[in-house]
Design a protein around this ligand. Structure first.
Ligand code: ZN
Length: 243
């Protein structure tokens, strides 16, 4: 019997007409491959929208489905089924990549639930960083500094600037380097604290009704913003320390 997921619409199998969840890659009745659907990444794995997920089970299911989608298995299938196996593979890979990563999973679920992610969510890519260092530094200065960290971020930016100047002159300042190392350690610790808080909010969200989910959602969005800000700082310090 079909277990209907709360986050999917049942659709009929093209081959045997038995209903299944929209993102199911294979018909549970006749086992035929199904065309890729507009269903979400959770339903590809038969999962409800939950943030705490069993990663070992997810990985196992990913490998099981990957094997079933292998092109060799469609050598004698119809053209449609061949096309679907490729499209389903792309969908499966995207779904797995997103769900196995705790941050991507959180962000994805918040978007599915209609949350508007902050502007700072558009983090500059590494390539852009190299190409356009100055512009990105300016962006970072103007993006929202967490209020409780204003002083420390200011000090850190000063030290980073000093370090860059010293480097340009071909000088080493062991004291400055040590102080940056300590700052890095502190900010890495703050990232860890954000992750713990985020996991606490997952559990509230997973177990809550709509009323409990709303504040958890707000909290998670703020935490993701804070985490991005902190990770950018850690990245900058790491880069300049060269370790
Ligand atoms: Zn079927």
């Amino acid at each position: 019997m079909l277990k209907v997921l709360e986050n999917t619409v049942p659709v009929a199998c093209w081959s045997c007409s038995v209903a299944h969840n929209e993102s199911t890659l294979f018909c549970p009745d006749c086992s035929k491959i199904q065309p890729p659907s507009s269903g979400d990444f959770f339903s590809v794995f038969g999962l409800e929208h939950r943030l705490n997920i069993d990663l070992a089970a997810l990985e196992q299911e990913f490998h099981r489905l990957s094997r079933r989608l292998h092109p060799d298995r469609f050598a004698r299938a119809s053209e449609n089924e061949k096309d679907w196996s490729l499209a389903d593979t792309a969908l499966l890979n995207d779904a797995y990549r997103t769900l196995k990563d705790p941050l991507r999973r959180t962000e994805y679920l918040l978007k599915l639930e209609g949350a508007e992610m902050g502007v700072s969510a558009a983090a500059p890519s590494d390539a852009a960083l190299v190409q356009n260092q100055e512009k990105i530094q300016n962006q970072q200065k103007t993006s929202r500094v967490p209020a409780d960290l204003l002083g420390e971020v200011f000090d850190l930016n000063m030290q980073l600037e000093e370090m860059r100047m010293a480097r340009k002159m071909g000088q080493e300042d062991p004291e400055l380097k040590e102080s940056l190392r300590q700052a890095k350690e502190k900010f890495v610790g703050l990232v860890g604290a954000v992750d713990r808080e985020l996991r606490a909010q997952w559990t509230i969200w997973d177990g809550g009704d709509a009323a409990a989910r709303q504040p958890a959602q707000q909290a998670m969005m703020a935490l993701l913003d804070r985490r991005k800000y902190l990770s950018n700082l850690v990245r900058d310090v790491t880069e300049i320390l060269g370790d």
